[in-house]
Design a protein around this ligand. Structure first.
Ligand SMILES: [Zn+2]
Length: 400
């Protein structure tokens, strides 16, 4: 079965519906076939026919058209099953449809050119400091780096996806607030589209983390999951019923501002005792006995050094707060899987075990499902850039 992940145009039933106009049906079948190859990888025409519910002559017509356009190639499989003529494998041609993926983090911008099928063709990143973190400078640098990558690889991106740690309006990529970048009311999508001269989609970083895990991470085949992003702040991305949950205008997922400690530390959002004041990067530093401004690399190294050591008391308390917030998340969303991303991927296994125990003890939902699965992200720091690429591919796959 070909999985879809909420593309505005191409999601839905894999095969064209009866009664559709022939050109619409062709476009739909082409997009469904490309999506299948992009997400699941190469396969035979026979597999495509059975998975997409199309007859072999329709598959042949679509594959032949795509091969003629250079979007797919066909090859004899290396492993053969049984005797007889081998069925040809259909492979996406990565450089035939390329997108630009940009992950704007608090301390760094990471970019990739990604080909159809998910292959990273080229990467570039640079560090941000307070003085180089203005939107204008980031936009200029993204445009220059995109041009360099494009020239080096001799490819032209068909669209761009951008991850931002902030509150983003999905229609036009307007960033209302990205407090840890110091950005407020920035027309990022419009400005980037104008300098990159391609369609640009901007989304919240946690939403893209969830998308990445759903399409290419541990959550493949999981229809209900919550991804927790953990940088300076904490956010959540949700896949519900196999599709991204976006809420009004895309503003879903500010779970870092669930109040867990009434009267606790003040939060920039105007409240006190928000979850992220107890489990964000500053809280991790405090639990490790480090200054709150400790560089990320040092924090990660310190966490990893505790992988096999007994947990220090403050880190045990940190695990308790992490579990406390997750109890609410699990009770409200009933995810099958919770993926802990970013900084949380460096947490010692004992902390993650403690979190699992807290959630299981205190969440009705977790007990009802026999224990909600909680894992650290296999994609790690790449999750946002992978998600940004998938975001950019959604319209591209329908248009190639
Ligand atoms: Zn808050």
């Amino acid at each position: 079965m070909s999985r879809t992940w909420g593309g505005e145009g191409g999601g839905g039933s894999p095969a064209a519906t009866a009664g559709a106009r022939p050109d619409e049906a062709r476009r739909h079948n082409r997009a469904a076939l490309l999506r299948r190859l992009h997400v699941e990888g190469p396969c035979t025409r026979a597999t495509l026919a059975s998975e997409l519910g199309l007859n072999r002559s329709t598959i042949k017509a679509v594959v032949d058209g795509l091969a003629e356009a250079g979007v797919v190639t066909e090859a004899v499989p290396t492993q053969r099953n049984g005797a007889g003529r081998p069925s040809l494998m259909v492979l996406p041609e990565p450089s035939s449809a390329v997108v630009l993926a940009v992950d704007v983090r608090v301390e760094q911008v990471a970019m990739s050119m990604v080909g159809i099928g998910g292959q990273v063709l080229g990467r570039h990143s640079w560090n941000l400091h307070h003085r180089t973190r203005t939107p204008g400078e980031v936009i200029t640098h993204v445009a220059e780096s995109a041009q360099l990558l494009s020239d080096e690889l001799a490819v032209t991106a068909l669209g761009a996806g951008v991850s931002v740690p902030g509150v983003v309006r999905r229609d036009d990529g307007f960033v209302h607030e990205a407090p840890n970048l110091g950005w407020k009311d920035i027309a990022l999508g419009t400005r980037l589209a104008s300098v990159l001269r391609m369609p640009v989609q901007v989304a919240n970083d946690a939403e893209l983390g969830a998308l990445a895990e759903h399409v290419r991470g541990d959550a493949r085949g999981v229809d209900d999951l919550v991804y927790i992003s953990a940088d300076r702040g904490v956010g959540g991305g949700v896949i519900a019923g196999g599709r991204p949950l976006r809420g009004t205008r895309g503003y879903v997922g500010e779970i870092g501002h669930i109040m867990v400690r009434p009267g606790g530390r003040p939060c920039y959002c105007g409240s006190r005792g928000c979850w992220e004041t107890e489990v964000g990067e500053a809280a991790v530093c405090r639990a490790l006995g480090l200054p709150e401004t400790t560089p990320r690399g040092v924090v990660v190294a310190e966490l990893r050094s505790l992988a096999t050591a007994p947990l220090p008391g403050p880190l045990d308390e940190f695990a308790d707060w992490l579990g406390t917030g997750l109890v609410t998340v699990v009770n409200v969303m009933a995810p099958e899987l919770v993926v802990l991303g970013d900084l949380f991927t460096a947490l010692p296994p004992a902390v993650v075990d403690h979190v699992r125990a807290v959630v299981h003890e205190r969440s009705l939902v977790s007990r009802a499902v026999g224990g909600t699965r909680i894992v650290t992200s296999p994609l790690g720091r790449d999750a946002k850039v992978v998600g940004a690429a998938e975001l950019a591919f959604e319209p591209v796959l329908g248009a190639v």
